[in-house]
Design a protein around this ligand. Structure first.
Ligand SMILES: [Zn+2]
Length: 596
């Protein structure tokens, strides 16, 4: 098996703050998986960026009387700040508003056109004579012709829930200036998905044995019942990537079409930044390379059906356009482990109603690892989950602090104080000692098995179970009382527990990187488990964009059992986690749904 692993992470829309539901849906699982694979010594490339285009951003810019560029840049900077605070180790987090992404997207468009997978068709679209421009459907409101609701969107009525035919809307008006829009004929490019259906079905059948049922249902299942039809990939909008065809000014590539191309363009940008222009090919041309797409369930059709169709339709032509000899196909997704949604205290999360736990706000009051812990144990891998503040409080105190944090702190502090700050000589190990070490070291197989299958909840649960085993071992050996009666027995128990904790540190590291790193320091090892993050301003013909990068060159962490040597010095230890006061439950609940 090749050791190239592409970790492709959903691109956040740069028009809203990231909340805990976004984190547990895609960004956090991607980082856990990437960190694990890096510890295995594999060549990981984790890429994503801000989705800078599309109408949600132009709507917000119009509402705030500013430009889409300003809106995108403001939220993009917030994402970079958050990802560093919570330790999401993107090899590159960039944006779709870069000259490189424009070029790659336009080349994919041209490749699909050249291969006969695009066609044009004429439709009717709202046009505002007052502004001399086409309006997206959601910019136009009117009276619903089914139920009479006066504030229906032109494509859907929020009152009766029906999808509407825009031309039947009564008294249409523009949400921008209340002027009366008219329907005008317009021409667009369509991706001919029907032509690609057989190959997409074959692609999905090849993965049927290991994909999540919810992903298969929304991809293979849907195609087999409904089939695939052409889908427009351009629109009348000036904020976005221009359609690279003469006479098509004023139209741009639809955001759903170009944002997924970001996985490829970001890989190419990463290679350029590193001065190894061709390095991206290791993840995109080697058929053995594995690409994992971490997304929320609302994005399944785009990643499990449409993006593979774009890649299949592109074939070798993208590489030919780059002038490569010989030209290669692009690698198709290996897995799309999409998550379901997380609710908040029993209700759907809504950023606009402030019914949300925003990640950056959370981190002003709490540490990152407790958030990563709770979002992993509650991760909506198979069904919707619920963030509950009382549950957060309990799991922090009863699991993270009581089972793991106290274990590490108690043993390290006891050793530091009673064995001259060094790992003691154990003498001959007993069967009980060897059994504990074998159980914990078995975690490098059992936890790994779950991680390989992207069962992150189960993987963390298994690591926590092993921590409980060490607690049970300490209950039996009780070095704290043995110390005065039989110092050698106490030394042996402490040595065994330290070695187990040193192994657990690695098993927990993908999930709890900040505290594992801290613990690594208490053991006085040289070097860090993981590398470092930094931001960097890049310039191109479109202007400047700030990117987040990861440098793993200095990382020394390995997915291997502890080889702790007796006599090794320890550093002064301290607690890994904070116990929370029960009053935070009511305080945090009182914040919900109030204006920020
Ligand atoms: Zn209606």
């Amino acid at each position: 098996m090749t050791d190239h692993v592409l970790v492709a992470v959903a691109w956040p829309y740069a028009n809203a703050e990231i909340h805990v539901g976004n984190l547990t849906g895609s960004y956090l699982p991607a980082d856990i998986f990437a960190r694990y694979n890096r510890l295995r010594g594999r060549n990981v490339l984790m890429v994503s960026g801000s989705d800078a285009h599309g109408t949600p951003i132009t709507v917000r810019a119009d509402a705030e009387n500013t430009t889409p560029l300003e809106v995108y840049q403001r939220f993009h900077e917030g994402f970079l700040d958050l990802f560093q605070q919570i330790g999401l180790h993107y090899d590159l987090f960039t944006s779709t508003h870069t000259a490189n992404h424009f070029q790659v997207s336009q080349d994919i468009f041209l490749a699909l056109k050249q291969n006969g997978y695009l066609f044009t068709d004429r439709t009717f679209q709202w046009f505002a004579p007052s502004q001399n421009r086409f309006l997206p459907d959601r910019y136009v409101e009117g009276t619903c012709y089914i139920c009479g609701y006066p504030n229906a969107r032109s494509d859907q009525c929020d009152k009766c829930g029906n999808l509407l035919e825009p031309q039947k809307l009564i008294d249409p008006r523009s949400r921008i200036d209340n002027s009366t829009p008219e329907l005008r004929e317009t021409e667009h490019y369509y991706l001919d998905l029907g032509k690609l259906q057989d190959e997409v079905v074959e692609f999905l059948r090849d993965r049927e044995s290991y994909w999540r049922p919810n992903v298969l249902r929304q991809s293979l299942g849907q195609i087999l019942t409904e089939g695939l039809r052409g889908r427009p990939i351009t629109r009348d909008l000036d904020w976005g990537i221009p359609v690279p065809i003469d006479g098509w000014t004023g139209k741009c590539l639809y955001v759903w079409f170009e944002a997924v191309i970001g996985y490829l363009s970001a890989s190419i940008e990463w290679a350029k930044i590193n001065g190894q222009e061709e390095a991206w090919r290791d993840w995109w041309h080697d058929p053995q390379a594995r690409s994992y797409y971490f997304i929320g369930k609302d994005n399944i059709p785009f990643h499990a059906v449409i993006w593979p169709a774009q890649l299949i339709g592109t074939g070798k032509t993208f590489d030919e356009l780059l002038g490569s000899q010989p030209a290669e196909n692009l690698v198709l997704p290996y897995d799309v482990p999409a998550n379901e949604f997380m609710n908040l205290e029993g209700q759907k999360i809504s950023g606009s109603r402030n019914w949300a736990v925003f990640a950056r706000d959370f981190l002003t009051r709490y540490d990152p690892d407790p958030l990563r812990y709770y979002l992993t144990v509650m991760m909506p891998e198979t069904r919707d989950a619920d963030w509950d503040w009382e549950d957060f409080y309990k799991r922090n105190n009863d699991e993270l602090v009581a089972t793991w944090g106290n274990l590490a702190n108690r043993v390290l502090a006891f050793t530091y104080k009673n064995f001259e700050g060094k790992v003691p000589e154990p003498g001959e190990l007993t069967d009980l000692d060897r059994a504990l070490l074998a159980a914990v070291e078995g975690g490098f197989e059992t936890v790994a098995r779950e991680l390989e299958a992207v069962h992150l909840r189960a993987a963390l649960g298994e690591a926590m179970r092993l921590a409980s085993e060490v607690n049970r071992y300490l209950d039996q050996t009780a070095p704290w009382t043995a110390l005065k009666i039989d110092r050698q027995a106490a030394a042996r128990a402490v040595y065994v527990a330290l070695r187990a904790i040193d192994s657990l540190k690695i098993l927990f590291a993908p999930f709890l990187p900040f505290t594992s790193e801290k613990l690594h320091g208490f053991f006085a090892y040289e070097g860090k488990l993981f590398g470092t993050q930094s931001t960097e301003i890049r310039s191109d013909p479109l202007g400047e964009h700030n990117v987040l990068r990861y440098n793993g060159e200095t990382a020394t962490g390995r997915w291997e059992p502890s080889q702790l040597k007796p006599g090794s010095p320890l550093n002064q230890p301290g607690p890994l986690f904070k116990k929370l006061d029960v009053k935070i439950v009511e305080e945090e609940r009182a914040r919900l749904g109030k204006p920020a």
